[in-house]
Design a protein around this ligand. Structure first.
Ligand SMILES: Nc1ncnc2c1ncn2[C@@H]1O[C@H](COP(=O)(O)OP(=O)(O)OP(=O)(O)O)[C@@H](O)[C@H]1O
Ligand SMILES: [Mg+2]
Length: 452
């Protein structure tokens, strides 16, 4: 079933329920009010009768007096304490016969429904005790047809049923129209999605101004999701083309040297060894590069971290020791306390520190300082070198993938331009930050901020 039809049917059913309840309340209130008004009139009549009749009146006089108060379709009786009728005047014998007399000691009223040849008749019977010397001796009983109620009830009933049917029809028609208005953005969205599915082009939904309701917010979210998807696809394509471009150079070099060896053979041992050396170094370059591609892909996913509490001092000591023995460079570790604890993915954090130290080693010749600090809101790791530095206008580019300031120089130092991009991703995975400060010719300081 279409959602518009569903909304329409549900609202109509609800409106009918509300109307039925309201109509029942209106109907019974009307009945109550009408009966109460009639009852008041009958009671006034009764008071007048009781005042009119005297103790010594003969049967004929009493009957005559009672006749004066007889209204259309009613009866007036006086009943003794055994519920026997003593006096009765009526202009509707049928009702008078059907309703039995009753002795009461307290004023009471009762509504009777009588089926006669003319149809249903509503009768109100009021019974009032007649007292003499403080004792109830007889009962005055007045029965009157509720003509107003009989007529009004049927008219009211047909009006109420008519209104309910009319309300249901209006609700059905209006509901369809309203549901269409409400569902319009959703249908729009479905159309857009179908178009995207068929054409493969990520179209956006049109939202005018600030989103006002949930559906408009949904459209904005949908657009944002598409933006992200587009962004991801673009980044992937960019990465693919960058990566293949980067791989092309070493592969071309390897191919040309192999080709050389194929054509000239390996008679000239020195030349052949040179060629093999180049092939080996380029193959190593490809190997390093593909490892970095994997690292980059690994750090691109935001939730791929296994955090534990680690001591930065111990971790840094082992890194410094490892790099010192590999590169024979002086790296000084500075810290005020130990342990300095941080919650992080140990392997990834180690990778970031190595990326920074590797840059410092590559782009400086002097000593290198590694600072560990425990600040109020975060733990900070700083790598400071006194090397060539980074030109101010290059600062924003160095985190781009494959970006190297001086390609020739980086090539010489074996860089792929992925180190800082990987480092930035890892810091993002830790909700942390990476900041660089550098002066060309003086040195560079890279700081990692790990939130507590
Ligand atoms: N400490 C530094 N001093 C001077 N320049 C730096 C420093 N760190 C980074 N750079 C510059 O920023 C560029 C990007 O650094 P990044 O670490 O991303 O790549 P890379 O070192 O060239 O290659 P990779 O790290 O992938 O082996 C480098 O090529 C270099 O020019
Ligand atoms: Mg690097």
């Amino acid at each position: 079933m279409k959602i518009t039809t569903k909304i329409n049917l549900i609202t109509t059913a609800w409106i009918i329920c509300v109307l039925v309840v309201v109509n029942i309340v209106v109907f019974y209130s009307f009945m109550n009010v009408t009966v109460n008004v009639e009852k008041k009139i009958v009671l006034q009549n009764a008071d007048a009768i009781l005042e009119d009749i005297n103790n010594g009146d003969s049967n004929e006089v009493i009957k005559e007096k009672l006749l004066k108060y007889l209204t259309n379709g009613s009866f007036i009786r006086i009943i003794d304490h055994k519920s026997k009728i003593i006096h009765q005047v009526t202009n509707n014998k049928q009702i008078a016969n059907k309703i039995k007399g009753k002795f009461v000691t307290q004023t009471k009223s009762k509504r009777y429904l009588i089926r006669s040849a003319q149809g249903e008749e509503q009768i109100l019977v009021v019974r009032i005790p007649i007292e003499s010397n403080g004792q109830v001796i007889e009962t005055l009983e007045i029965g009157a047809r509720l003509v107003g109620l009989e007529l009004g009830k049927d008219v009211l009933l047909s009006i109420l049923i008519g209104c309910t049917v009319f309300g249901a029809i209006i609700s059905l028609l209006g509901g369809k129209w309203l549901a269409n208005i409400l569902i319009h953005p959703v249908s729009n969205m479905i159309d857009t999605m179908e178009e995207i599915e068929q054409s493969g082009v990520t179209k956006r939904m049109v939202v005018d101004g600030q989103p006002k309701d949930e559906l408009q917010k949904m459209a904005v979210t949908f657009n944002r999701m598409l933006d992200r998807l587009d962004d991801n696809i673009e980044r992937q394509q960019q990465f693919l083309s960058d990566a293949s471009h980067e791989l092309k150079t070493p592969i071309t070099v390897i191919k040309s040297y192999i080709d050389f060896l194929r054509r000239h053979g390996i008679q000239n041992e020195a030349v052949a060894l040179d060629a093999i050396e180049v092939i080996y170094s380029e193959a190593t370059r490809i190997q390093v590069m593909t490892e970095k591609f994997l690292d980059l892909a690994n750090t691109e996913l935001e939730n791929m971290v296994e955090k534990t509490t680690i001591d930065l001092v111990t971790l840094s000591e082992s890194i410094v020791k490892q790099l010192h023995s590999a590169y024979k460079r002086e790296i000084t570790l500075h810290y005020d306390e130990r342990p300095i604890l941080a919650v992080a993915d140990e392997l990834k954090l180690k990778q970031v520190i190595i990326i920074l130290l590797d840059n410092a080693i590559k782009y400086s010749k002097d000593r290198i300082d590694l600072y560990l600090e425990n600040r109020e809101n975060d733990t900070v790791i700083r790598v400071k070198d006194y090397g060539i530095g980074i030109p101010a206008h290059e600062m924003e580019n160095i985190f781009e993938r494959f970006y190297r300031i001086d390609k020739a120089r980086s090539r010489e130092t074996g860089g792929t331009g992925l180190g800082l991009a990987i480092a930035k991703n890892i810091m993002k995975q830790h909700d942390g930050e990476i900041k660089v400060e550098s002066t060309e010719g003086e040195g560079t300081e890279v700081a990692l901020f790990l939130p507590k």
